[in-house]
Design a protein around this ligand. Structure first.
Ligand code: XUL
Length: 527
């Protein structure tokens, strides 16, 4: 029976999932994860990132991602033993928006990697920028304004590229780099996303970008899934030559490079284009039909769902890696905000859950806006926490942060399914906390399902590898068949309490007004 490998390079870790996907046996065979801070301490990251010298700058070393990939491939080969010969295809998921800047020599270097030596030392000279900006970077507001201006305003930018121009999106990141360091920009012959960079390393050749991750750049036309010339022109000089082509998500980047075959004993397997973590998660949660909503509780919290036609009234519309579209709303203050409240009040996760269980829905009218860091949704460039509760009351703060996050997600994510949700799936690290999911069920007013697998982006990458492999074999397989047996919800759903549903319906209006008021106040106070 064939095996498929899915990899995930996220903000904080590298993970791998191997699946067996035959007609009768469909299961995860093996999974593993390594953490950048803990397992690659030589890069000196905190939560996988470095704060840059300028305010709002957040970066990661692209060399660390390659090193993590190398170490994970060694683990995969070691764990599978002789079964490694059964692996037919690999694909990957990567944090979205981050970009990697390469010298002309990069393509020659990764075409001729020496299997007798580790990967990272062979790559040190390929970068024109040693620090890659990542999605947490908020330093590019001036670039955003300039690009949006050139494209005819935020609405026009959203019509063209699927999103208004956001600080973390790759286009404004490229523009800011070209302005701050024109010499290094001039020396850059290729700009990759994290996803296409890592696919290139696996294939040993320059990988295209897939439309799923391409739509997180403010550079791709959502209508055609091709680079939008007017967006490229609004961003930086000679950008057309520096970007790889865009190809359908199920295309092949090539065959696994000799480095991986000789060093670790992998066969000449198919390397399928990588995509972003959110597009991959859509597949890994089985949300491949309309009406389903997926809430991911990770470093960032996100709400997303699939639709045949683009949805209006959501912050991001991406091309889905299965065709059609996915809507996404991203909240930067996700697990980091929950951890802040947990730590400020001297709690462990158990105590955090107990605080939720021992406080009542609605928090006796107390509310907070938990924007510890600059928030993406709504856009709140100066991170600041607003309280309508006693900041010293631990349990009230725990309930405050969770209720705020759930109400924000329900309010801003409503348009994804036109208000009618047929299945609500919770994923990501935070989704193991049932007390938190009870608040989610009550606020959204629908039962919450959990899946057996936690890392849905990584599973999605493995399923995408399987799909592309079967297509390449001439089997025009449908997506519900691909995800069957892997993404079925666990039986004990978390059911909303009717009284709380009615309460939160009212509170969501109050919360939206609180949020709007604070955003308007910030706008008035901005210099
Ligand atoms: C999505 C976003 C985050 C990252 C996290 O737009 O910025 O969800 O993809 O890895």
């Amino acid at each position: 029976m064939p095996l498929y490998l899915g990899l995930d390079v996220s903000t904080q870790s590298v993970s791998a999932i191997v699946i067996e996907a035959g007609p009768s046996r469909r299961r995860i065979v093996w999974e593993s994860s390594l953490n950048f801070d803990r397992d690659l301490p030589e890069y000196g990251t905190r939560a996988g990132v470095h704060d840059g010298p300028r305010p709002g700058e957040v970066t990661s070393p692209p060399l660390m991602w390659a090193d993590g990939l190398d170490r994970m491939m060694a683990r995969v080969a070691g764990a599978l033993g002789h079964d490694v010969s059964r692996v037919r295809a690999v694909s990957g998921s990567a944090q979205q928006h981050g970009s990697v800047y390469l010298h002309r020599r990069a393509a020659d270097v990764w075409r001729a990697l020496d299997p007798a030596a580790p990967l990272a030392p062979q790559l040190v000279a390929i970068f024109t920028r040693a620090a890659s900006p990542v999605w947490m970077d908020t330093s590019t507001s001036a670039a955003c304004a300039a690009i949006e201006g050139a494209l005819g305003g935020p609405e026009a930018a959203a019509r063209l590229t699927g999103s208004r121009v956001y600080e973390r999106f790759t286009g404004p990141q490229i523009r800011a780099f070209a302005e701050r360091d024109p010499e290094a920009y001039g020396a850059t012959s290729r700009i990759h996303l994290v996803s296409s960079y890592l696919a290139s390393l696996l294939a040993g050749e320059d990988s295209p970008i897939d439309p799923g991750d391409g739509s997180g750049m403010n550079l791709m036309s959502l209508a055609t899934s091709e680079w939008a010339p007017e967006a490229l022109a609004a961003t930086a000089p000679r950008l057309t030559d520096k970007l790889p082509p865009i190809r359908p998500s199920w295309s092949l980047a090539g065959t696994l490079a000799p480095y991986w075959q000789r060093r670790y004993g992998f066969p000449a397997l198919r390397v399928v284009l990588w995509s972003g973590d959110n597009p991959c998660s859509l597949v890994g949660t089985g949300a491949v039909v309309e009406g389903q909503l997926v809430v991911s509780l990770g470093t960032s919290d996100t709400v997303c769902g699939w639709s045949r036609e683009p949805r209006h009234g959501v912050s991001h519309t991406f091309a889905a890696p299965i065709g059609g579209y996915m809507s996404l709303v991203c909240f930067r203050n996700g697990s980091l905000a929950r951890e802040r409240i947990r730590d400020e009040h001297g709690l462990e996760w158990q105590g955090f859950s107990r605080a939720l269980e021992h406080t009542t829905a609605g928090n006796s009218g107390a509310m907070m806006l938990p924007w510890f860091d600059p928030e993406i949704t709504p856009r709140a460039p100066a991170g600041v926490v607003r309280h309508r509760l006693d900041p010293h009351d631990g349990p009230a703060n725990v309930r405050g942060v969770v209720e705020a996050q759930m109400m924000a997600m329900a309010n801003h994510g409503g348009a994804i399914t036109n208000g009618v949700v047929s299945r609500l799936v919770a994923t990501g690290g935070g989704s193991t906390n049932r007390a938190l999911l009870q608040v989610m069920a009550d606020v959204f007013g629908v039962p919450v399902c959990q899946l057996a697998v936690e890392n849905t982006a990584c599973l999605g990458a493995a399923l995408r590898a399987c799909h592309a492999d079967r297509l390449a074999e001439g089997d025009d397989v449908r997506w519900p068949e691909i995800v069957r047996g892997f993404t079925d919800p666990m039986p004990d759903r978390i059911v909303p309490a009717p009284a709380n549903v009615a309460l939160y319906r009212r509170l969501r209006v109050t919360y939206a007004a609180f949020e709007r008021g604070m955003v308007a106040m910030d706008a008035r106070q901005a210099p």
